[in-house]
Design a binder for this molecule. Structure first.
Ligand code: HEC
Ligand code: HEC
Ligand code: HEC
Length: 182
């Protein structure tokens, strides 16, 4: 091989490395920007406090066990309404989709039907969302009724027919009192 041939080869290798490093840097930058941008819009007071449509949801959440309990721990809106953060891409995609839909409805959609939305949500929330935190259901003393119900739910394949939110409809939002019925 001639000298100039060698130089050409190392030259193109260098170019390739530069392109790779630059590409990597851009990807990292996008990743950081996306996460920083997502931080404020992932908070419960943002999800529930910005638009009037969400007022009922926010206030009833604050009254529920998940909004306030003796442990001082709060299950945030995103914990129940989006795929877990560990499933990063599904989380981000669902967030973009749901957020976009909310914004569209807020500015361009017609009326907001709480009952219709409730039904939609009840169908959508999968058991894994709840089991993410409640993975010790059968280990707890609990009432005999709860133990029987949970043993059945956690027992595949028949268990798959039961949904947590069918029995625990008010888990995320205390609606019993109907303080906020419109
Ligand atoms: C423990 C799980 C859980 C948490 C935490 C939770 N939700 Fe929900 N959410 C549900 C379930 C279950 C339903 C359907 C049953 C119902 O509406 O009561 C629902 C229904 C809704 C609805 C449709 C009905 C309506 O009121 O418009 C909205 C909107 C909503 N949630 C927003 C939020 C917001 C905002 C937060 C945080 C401030 C939040 N949720 C926190 C489980 C949860
Ligand atoms: C981010 C964690 C988290 C998620 C997600 C979550 N929970 Fe909970 N849940 C808690 C904590 C913490 C408590 C309060 C402590 C306790 O009772 O174990 C609680 C309490 C409860 C209780 C007891 C209520 C009471 O009044 O004593 C029920 C029922 C319940 N959750 C059902 C659900 C259902 C159904 C879902 C899914 C829609 C869900 N949870 C999602 C953390 C979570
Ligand atoms: C067939 C109905 C039914 C289903 C489905 C169901 N539960 Fe329950 N659950 C109960 C009953 C009944 C209780 C006891 C209620 C009480 O004592 O107020 C209970 C109580 C609880 C409690 C309070 C702590 C305890 O063990 O007593 C938690 C947390 C809970 N359920 C979570 C869940 C989760 C998560 C799912 C889905 C995997 C689920 N449940 C599915 C009926 C059900």
């Amino acid at each position: 091989m001639t000298n100039s041939g060698k130089r050409k080869k190392t030259g193109s290798l260098k170019k390739w490395i530069c392109a790779f490093v630059a590409g990597f840097a851009v990807a990292m930058l996008c990743f950081v920007v996306l996460n920083v941008a997502m931080e404020p819009v992932s908070k419960s007071d943002y999800c529930g406090g910005k638009c009037h449509e969400m007022n009922t949801a926010y206030q009833s959440w604050e009254l529920s066990t998940h909004g306030a309990n003796k442990y001082g721990f709060r299950a945030e809106c995103v914990d129940c309404h989006l795929p877990p953060k560990e499933k990063y891409f599904r989380h981000v995609l669902a967030k973009g989709y749901e957020g976009g839909k909310d914004i569209y409805k807020h500015y361009l959609g017609g009326g907001y039907e709480v009952e219709e939305m409730r039904k939609g949500v009840l169908e959508k929330i999968p058991n894994e969302r709840c089991l993410h935190c409640h993975d010790d259901l059968l280990a707890k003393p609990g009432s005999p009724g709860a133990r029987t119900a949970h043993a059945e739910v956690l027992n595949p394949p028949r268990g798959a027919e039961f949904k947590c939110v069918e029995c625990h409809e008010n888990a995320g939002h205390e609606r019993q009192t109907r303080l906020f019925s419109e």
